[in-house]
Design a protein around this ligand. Structure first.
Ligand code: GLP
Length: 244
């Protein structure tokens, strides 16, 4: 879907999420959302907050799992995805605190393997992701699944690609402050979601969007694995769609 601007596109995505939450409420079921960070989803979260504050959308039945977190990273650090999610969404809606899951950037190295397996199990025990929101990095990463990620990969620690660290550098006031590692859901974790929306805005993403949508499916561009998912929509603005 190609929109003339990201604001109207984000409203449509937020509406789909809100409709899903309400549908689940009517069935007295939890709604399991996989959530993303970065600049791309900011307007979606703003619209969900508006729907909560002005139209009474409740998040009481929502359980969230975030895609990723830098490692090492303190929750209180403004660059953490923990901080981002609370700032843009969780502090402004009525989601029960115990329903929020974000990879912990302070897990000790020796506990990481078990921690990641537990994160994966928790998603499965919740019933799997009903919906996964995605952005895309210029390396073709989804979450932090950098080039080389296997389609069977699950939640794990990864080493960030140099280009990803360059793109993150402004937020960290210099590349030397950008963590070298991150915890991320795997490709298989993401592809198990029943419904996926990937959003990309601006000319800067046009090349990687083209490779992802039209290129060969390969671990060299992990987002291409989405071509195998039966219910994925790319929501783009004209800039991001300009090479298609
Ligand atoms: C980070 C996140 C990704 C996100 C990407 C793009 O690398 N881990 O989940 O998709 O940034 O960010 P932006 O939306 O700011 O372009």
């Amino acid at each position: 879907l190609v929109f003339s601007n990201s604001e109207s596109a984000s409203k449509l995505v937020a509406k789909e999420i809100a409709d899903l939450i309400i549908r689940k409420q009517k069935k007295e079921q939890n709604c399991i959302l996989g959530l993303a960070t970065g600049s791309s989803p900011i307007n979606v979260y703003a619209e969900l907050v508006r729907l909560h504050q002005e139209e009474g959308l409740s998040f009481y039945n929502v359980i969230t799992f975030n895609l990723d977190e830098y490692w090492p990273m303190e929750k209180t650090n403004v660059q953490s995805y923990h901080y981002f999610m609370h700032e843009h969404l969780f502090n402004h809606v009525d989601i029960p605190k115990e329903n929020i899951n974000i990879p912990d950037g302070k897990v000790a190295q020796e506990n990481l393997l078990q921690y990641c397996l537990d994160y994966e199990s928790k998603i499965n025990q919740a019933g799997g992701l009903d919906f996964q929101l995605l952005g895309i990095g210029r390396t073709g990463h989804i979450g932090f699944n950098e080039p080389g990620s296997h389609h069977n990969s699950v939640t794990r620690m990864i080493t960030l690609d140099h280009l990803t660290r360059i793109d993150a550098a402004p937020a960290f006031h210099g590349i030397s402050n950008v963590p070298k590692k991150a915890i991320t859901m795997g490709i298989s974790t993401v592809l198990n979601a029943k419904r996926i929306i990937l959003m990309a805005w601006g000319q800067n993403k046009a090349e990687i969007v083209k490779e992802t949508v039209e290129g060969e499916v390969s671990g060299a561009v992990p987002a291409t694995y989405l071509q195998h998912h039966p219910n994925t929509t790319f929501v783009l603005d004209t800039g991001a769609a300009s090479e298609l």
